[in-house]
Design a protein. Structure first.
Length: 237
């Protein structure tokens, strides 16, 4: 039971990490990139690199492959596998769709499909420190429909020490509100040319995962970079 709860929690966070949501949004006026703004270099899509993270849920690997004009990203742990298609539209980092397969127990597998009425625009780049990016949209998870309102804010710079080394990072705070009443907050630390170095998340205790998390005593949800490896030929296939 604890393994299943961890898998559901991990999938929810990953959806919000790089993925999640979408549609109409408030356009920010164009800005030149400055030391006090976060740009595309902090969202690399490197097909030659494997990212390995330590997390609340065990070791998780992330591999990116080219998929036509976009990219396919695979997150993999012992109990789950997730694929998401993503890329850039103009200066917005977008997620197109997500497919997940969860090993529930023994040979039983549960599949989840996440779709959007148009590519989910996570953040507009460059984003100046202290300015808020926001948008709303509709998310479809199997037969469930939810309206989302998401805000993202680049709040400042921090030096983050991880098993993979020390990184000068820019911190981005996200708040995800759903029409169903659930609220999730998470915080990313990103480094240029590397991408996600660290993530912490606060799950809504009103949601299923948040409730189980509280009952089992999971106070912190986190991902932190363990290593960055050159990808081999087998991983690219």
């Amino acid at each position: 039971m604890q393994l299943l709860v961890k898998v559901f929690a991990a999938l929810l966070i990953i959806i919000f990490i790089s993925s999640h949501n979408f549609a109409q949004f408030a356009h920010l006026s164009p800005k030149s990139v400055s030391p006090k703004s976060i740009d595309k270099d902090y969202y690399p899509l490197d097909i030659n690199t494997k990212m390995i993270y330590e997390s609340t849920f065990g070791e998780t690997t992330c591999i990116t492959r080219k998929d036509g004009d976009n990219y396919q990203q695979e997150f993999k742990s012992d109990a789950f596998e997730m694929f998401q298609r993503l890329g850039f539209i103009d200066n917005s980092y977008v997620v197109i769709d997500i497919q997940q397969e969860i090993d529930v127990i023994l040979f039983i597998t549960h599949s989840v499909d996440v779709k959007y009425s148009e590519p989910a625009q996570m953040i507009g780049l460059p984003l100046v420190q202290g300015e808020i990016w926001e948008w709303t949209g509709v998310e479809y998870i199997n037969d469930n429909v939810d309206t989302l309102f998401i805000t993202a804010e680049y709040t400042g710079d921090e030096i983050i020490t991880t098993p993979a080394g020390e990184f000068n990072c820019k911190k981005v705070n996200y708040v995800i509100n759903k029409s169903s009443g659930k609220i999730t907050r998470y915080y990313e630390w990103r480094a240029p040319g590397i991408g996600l170095v660290k993530l912490e998340a606060d799950l809504d205790p009103k949601g299923f995962v948040g409730m189980i998390q509280s009952l089992l005593g999971y106070d912190d949800i986190y991902f932190i970079l363990k290593s960055v490896e050159s990808i081999n030929v087998a991983d690219k296939e």
